[in-house]
Design a protein around this ligand. Structure first.
Ligand code: NAD
Ligand code: TYD
Length: 337
């Protein structure tokens, strides 16, 4: 198998490539990534000399660059590349439309042109919108995205559906809940709160902190994507979740407790615009049809994540001392210096 992975220098993509190196060592991987602010080749350190791993810097929304990157031997694509942060999409949606919508269509066209065997589109539960106190997202829940990010992902899901229906492309869509674990960019809730707590900074919780997310250990999501690649049925959607619903405030309290830091670090800040109240996933279809299941629960995953961020202070300190500082100052009105 020669597999092209887009967005492999990001959080989930790099964990996926590392999983493949361990579990499918004979596969040849082509990682195509534009290396935006969120892409970091340090996430793949050690793979440079692996003869079964190649990296090409290219933008998925640029057909010429992508055509040059995709060699004749590629059999399948797993598409992670995206702009992924809701708050940035609220600030400016343009990069989200370009990468998530146009980029996905460019890849679909290329997959068709080359007659590729399989296309796995990695999407999110956020395309379903927001739940009240009850209920779960199922694969047939109507799409009702509320943020520019989730609207761009829903658009890309519809383009994948159209490629299956119109052109017969062998594609599957996966929709996963909130991931956490090593190599997550420290703008997302869990790594941001760990890094701030380690530095005794304030932990900015949006609004009441009673919004609920379902948390999944990143490697469990990656195993789901691999199952979808190998066992998924053409045109199907598979939900993945961690069966770990938590309010944001409970997540932050758990981080503080594991780090032995005081709750007084928590500060409630202005709520996110259009803040989805609750995400919760029914992943029964993936369990039954793919053999998907989480391997660890939230407490253990959080302990592993905290250990990783403690052991890799250089990694996140380098990020926080660079361009991310400008975003932080703009968004939270505070300098990370
Ligand atoms: P990330 O922001 O950490 O990484 C995104 C990667 O895509 C980066 O390496 C970046 O350089 C690359 N990229 C961005 N624009 C590109 C372009 N135009 N061309 C090529 N590469 C480009 O994101 P992540 O958290 O790893 O998410 C990966 C995928 O999983 C996304 O599609 C996201 O929507 C989906 N997803 C994420 C979560 C989550 O909790 N993080 C949950 C469900 C689904
Ligand atoms: P995030 O990690 O951005 O993921 P998503 O918005 O895709 O679910 O945010 C997770 C939850 O944490 C979400 O309800 C927003 C909240 N949040 C905060 O309260 N403070 C923060 O500084 C951030 C980044 C997020």
């Amino acid at each position: 198998m020669r597999l092209m992975v887009t967005g492999g220098a990001g959080f989930i993509g790099s964990n996926f490539i590392r999983l493949l190196r361990r579990e499918r060592p004979d596969w040849r991987i082509l990682n195509v990534d534009a290396l935006t602010y969120a892409g970091n080749l340090e996430n793949l350190a050690g793979l440079e000399r692996d003869p079964n791993y190649d990296f090409v810097r290219a933008d998925v929304a640029d057909p010429a660059g992508l055509r040059a990157a995709l060699d004749d031997e590629v059999d399948a694509i797993v598409h992670f590349a995206a702009e992924s942060h809701v708050d940035r999409s609220i600030e400016d949606a343009s990069a989200f439309l370009r990468t998530n919508v146009i980029g996905t269509q460019v890849l679909l066209d290329l997959a068709r042109e080359r007659g590729l065997g399989r296309f796995v589109h990695v999407s999110t539960d956020e395309v379903y919108g927001s739940l009240g106190a009850e209920g779960l997202f199922r694969e047939d829940t109507p799409l009702a995205p509320n943020s520019p990010y989730s609207a761009s992902k829903a658009s890309s899901d519809l383009l994948v559906r159209a490629a299956v229906e119109t052109h017969g492309l062998d594609a599957v869509i996966t929709r996963c809940s909130n991931n956490y674990g090593p190599y997550q960019f420290p703008e997302k809730l869990i790594p941001l709160m760990i890094a701030n707590a380690l530095e005794d900074r304030k932990l900015p919780v949006y609004g009441s902190g009673l919004n609920v997310r379902d948390w999944i250990w990143v490697e469990d999501h990656c195993r789901g994507v691999l199952l979808a690649l190998e066992k998924g049925k053409k045109g199907e959607v598979y939900n993945f979740g961690g069966r770990s619903e938590m309010t944001n405030i409970a997540v932050v309290e758990a981080i503080l407790a594991q780090l032995g830091k005081p709750s007084s670090l928590i500060t409630h800040v202005e709520d996110r615009k259009g803040h989805d109240l609750r995400y919760a996933i029914d992943c029964g279809k993936a369990e039954r049809e793919l053999g998907f299941g989480r391997s660890i629960g939230f407490e253990e995953g959080l302990a592993r994540t905290i250990a990783w961020y403690r052991d890799h202070e250089d990694w996140w300190r380098r990020i926080r001392s660079g361009a991310y500082r400008d975003y932080y100052a703009r968004h939270y009105g505070e300098d990370l210096a």
